[in-house]
Design a protein around this ligand. Sequence first.
Ligand code: SF4
Ligand code: SF4
Length: 498
Amino acid sequence: MPKDEFKTPDLRVYGENPALEPDSMGHSSPYKALPEHQESLGFPGELVDGWHDKAIDKMGDLLSKNRALKVYLDSCVKCGACTDKCHYYLGTGDPKNMPVARQDLLRQVYRRHFTLPGKLFPGLVGAKDLSEEVLEDWYTYFHQCSQCRRCSVFCPYGIDTAEISMAAREIMDHIGIGQKYCNEIIAKVHQIGNNLGLPEAALIDTLEGLEEDVEEETGVAVRFPVNEEGADVLLVTPSADFFAEPHVDGLIGYAKVFHQAGISWTVSSYASEAANFALFTGSYEHMHKISSRIRKAAQELGVKRIIFGECGHAWRVAYSFLNTLAGPWDFLDPAYPTPQHICEVTLDLIERGAINLDPSANDDKVLTFHDSCNVARASRMGDTPGGQFHIPRAVIKAAVNKFVDMAPDTIHEKTFCCGGGGGLLTDDLTELRVKGALPRMEALQDVVDTHGVTHMAAICAICKSQFTKVMPYYGFSMDMVVSIHQLVSEAILLGTKE
Ligand code: SF4
Ligand code: SF4
């Protein structure tokens, strides 16, 4: 059990509310970005003179461009339906982590400056100016929102706290107080092409090593190509897939699937990252710049299809925004005009008999599945063919014999965030991450107790990294976490197609 300054919450019966602990997380805010990273992204290196007016101007600018933001700020009726739906509130008891309270941090300033009652009678309508104290709360509590959008599922008006959190972070970047973790990563992608700062030579070396490992283990020459012009598929995957456990086992699974189905593929050293952390900071400009690298790589390599690996928010960007950000993708094969998710591709190949799996290869495991927020809530929902609740489960069920879902109010669109999404997967937020994982850990404990579950599959690099870090705090082994394509990798019959 790791030693830390804070107490890991006790697993409660799921659905029980925490005792209120006002300001209990007021001390938890991430490191601020270094001036050089801020400046390399076009933001001020430190809090600017006249920051108050600049922040209000930026808010006005966002409100004029984003109608939804204004609607979200205007339409809350304080019904309370969202209050106990956030994992950070459930794990910390801090009332400022109730979604409605988080929204109100921005809403009170919006009312003060952009509504008539707020200008005339601020005290009567809960309007407040942007003081240093309020700005401090913004930095703290908008970095205690993983932008998972669970609360919006329960809000009768569909108010999306993630959009409000993104707007607040964008305003803060604009006045010179960005978050270190996200902004460093965005700068690295612009400079090198991936979150980890892995240069081309290291990438090639790593993939050659994987080729050798897989051939040694299976006797089959499965390729891991880099920068291969004329390949059919450009694989864009989170850079964690290149070496970290359990991610890399997923990458091996993708390679075996492509090999067995006879699909030629490549990764690009120029666009060697599926993640797009600019989504978390709300910066359209940087989302566009990162996405454009994928377009450029696809065009230069002459691929016909783009397939995204197991990454939650990357898939949200690909599914919801890529066309606007970097389209049109008219140079791709008309049969595959938009990017595909690796799970869709694998399921299609299984259903067509283009690859065969032997699920008994995973008979030492009893699986459950964690729906990643950005796949479950921000792409094609549904438990029928084509839906993102169905697709990953269908792949798992083809690869294993023993599978059980967690409780119905913790899966599909009601899934709980792992606790590390939205740009919060950083060690300076360990306490928040551990406490925010509580609801998922409770749901997991339930299926461990009732069905003997031994492993939990996930299809998001952030979820996998977060779980391997926080599960030991709750007494689970980090080895319980597996990639879906790790299960496929174990079960796939290489060299046999009947
Ligand atoms: S978006 Fe997720 S993290 Fe943010 S307030 Fe809503 S439930 Fe909490
Ligand atoms: S559920 Fe929606 S309307 Fe109700 S308090 Fe929460 S944000 Fe406001």
